[in-house]
Design a protein around this ligand. Structure first.
Ligand code: SAH
Ligand code: SF4
Length: 432
């Protein structure tokens, strides 16, 4: 979601006539931040400390800080880092281009855009010229789930669904400009529309509408909360041909006791039933997940239940994190906290097991013939002879393909045979 927000801002600023530059040549720094865990939050303070030096040499240089850390720290950034003249929260993003114009016109001005809106703040359509083969489209903002460990509802605000009409219009426009693949984005897409009293399409209907748009090859969505996934959404994986066989379904923990303390509102059995239904609707589905180790009170037995779930589901990949306290969330009060060494040791065990599964899942792809959507951004030149490109298979796995030089294969869907599996990716050869 942050990547997508940054891409929107990048397009808007280029429309305004601003151009991207190297750090040492920049007049304006814009930093989009994440506070979901401790580590990314720390990075921003050291970055701003470093950038402060440029402002000492060139007084016109200034910075804008956006995203979740900005939403929390707000105008506090102005005092800590004189370089910062703009702070904007997640709902303020749409107004950043206008704010920058004002800041460029008045060197003494400092501005904050931190209010939450009651409705999804529709952003200016800035899809001009070349669009990516793979594009993100927001369907909602914020989250109402208040999982015990999570700061998102506080930094991104309450759930606000975007109007179905606006979502469809953006998808149609992207397709008309050449986009082949759309990923629908939201913190919990499965509860899309629940805040709009039935005025909008259900998420399943939205998938069928978008999946039916002529010219769209691939549709994906993220993130899904297991408690809200609808049986119609599960069925859609078997019925909508554009819907890719891939789902990111955050589990967080394999222990019912921990899941309850986290306030996730599903059990391991319910999760396994969803997985069973998904696999029966779409046998080739690639599943990925998010896992937290060392939630307060997590015992060795709880943790072994998480490892057990890895083996029962067989995830293609997972993102796993050490639990960290985030200011103001419920789990800060929960005891006992798990020692850092234990968290690190559990994380290492979990990641080792996941790597084994990932290797096995990737090895199973060898010999498959599949369409790979070549992505523009990742081409590498090898001595002028051939050019290596990367793309993704329908399951979302990264595939490297060597192609003849002198041609732009970006945004093309090529039929590829998978010939080798690596640690996190595949190599394929184009089928003649
Ligand atoms: N909306 C998504 C994910 C949001 S945050 C969902 O519900 O799944 C992304 C991931 O960060 C979460 O899935 C969780 O695994 C992790 N995370 C969130 N808060 C955390 C915390 N306090 N400590 C460690 N990991 C956390
Ligand atoms: Fe955070 Fe996701 Fe839970 Fe919302 S559903 S509170 S974003 S973990």
């Amino acid at each position: 979601m942050n990547v997508s927000d940054s891409q929107w801002l990048d397009r808007s600023l280029q429309t305004m006539g601003l151009t991207p530059s190297r750090e040492e040549d920049a007049d304006i720094f814009l930093i989009n931040t994440c506070s979901v865990r401790e580590k990314p939050e720390h990075k921003i303070y050291s970055l701003l400390g470093r950038l402060q030096d440029y402002a000492r040499l060139k007084p016109h240089v200034f910075a804008g800080v956006g995203g979740c850390v900005a939403q929390q720290v707000g105008r506090g950034f102005f005092e800590r880092f004189p370089l910062v003249r703009l702070v904007f929260g997640t709902d303020g993003l749409a107004m950043v281009p206008e704010a920058l114009k004002r800041l460029l016109g008045d060197a003494h001005l400092k501005t904050s855009l931190l209010d939450f809106e009651d409705y999804y703040p529709e952003r200016e359509d800035n899809w001009n010229g070349e669009v990516p083969g793979q594009a993100f489209v927001n369907v909602m903002q914020g989250c109402d789930n208040y999982c015990a460990y999570c700061i998102v509802p506080y930094t991104r605000g309450r759930q606000k669904s975007r109007r179905s009409e606006d979502i469809l219009a953006e998808c149609r426009r992207l397709i008309s400009l050449g986009t082949k693949e759309i990923t629908l984005l939201g913190q919990n897409v499965n509860s899309y529309g629940q805040d709009r009293n039935g005025q909008e399409l259900s998420f399943a209907d939205l998938l069928y509408e978008i999946g039916g748009l002529a010219g769209l090859d691939r549709l994906r969505f993220t993130t899904s909360h297991p408690k809200d996934i609808d049986s119609r959404v599960i069925r859609a994986f078997g019925e909508i041909s554009a819907l890719c066989p891939q789902l990111h379904l955050p589990l967080q923990s394999g222990s019912d006791r921990v899941l309850e303390a986290m306030g996730r509102r599903y059990t391991r059995e319910e999760y396994l039933n969803i997985v069973r239904d998904l696999k029966s609707a779409c046998p080739d589905i690639a599943l990925s997940t998010d896992l937290i180790v060392g939630f307060p009170g997590e015992t060795e037995e709880d943790f072994s239940q998480t490892l057990d779930m890895l083996n029962l589901v067989g995830f293609d990949s997972s993102f796993s994190f050490k639990y960290s306290d985030r200011t103001g969330v419920r789990s800060c009060e929960m005891q006992p906290k798990i020692a850092v060494e234990i968290k690190a040791e559990r994380l290492a065990r979990l990641q080792k097991l996941q790597n084994e599964w990932t290797a096995e899942k990737l090895a199973q792809r060898v010999g498959r013939k599949e369409p790979v959507l070549i992505e523009n951004s990742s081409k590498k030149q090898h001595g002028g002879e051939t050019v290596s490109w990367t793309g993704r298979d329908p399951g979302g796995r990264v595939v490297h393909v060597t192609l003849p030089p002198g041609r732009d294969f970006g945004r093309q869907l090529l039929q590829v045979e998978i010939v080798r599996a690596h640690k996190h990716s595949l190599t394929g050869e184009v089928i003649k």
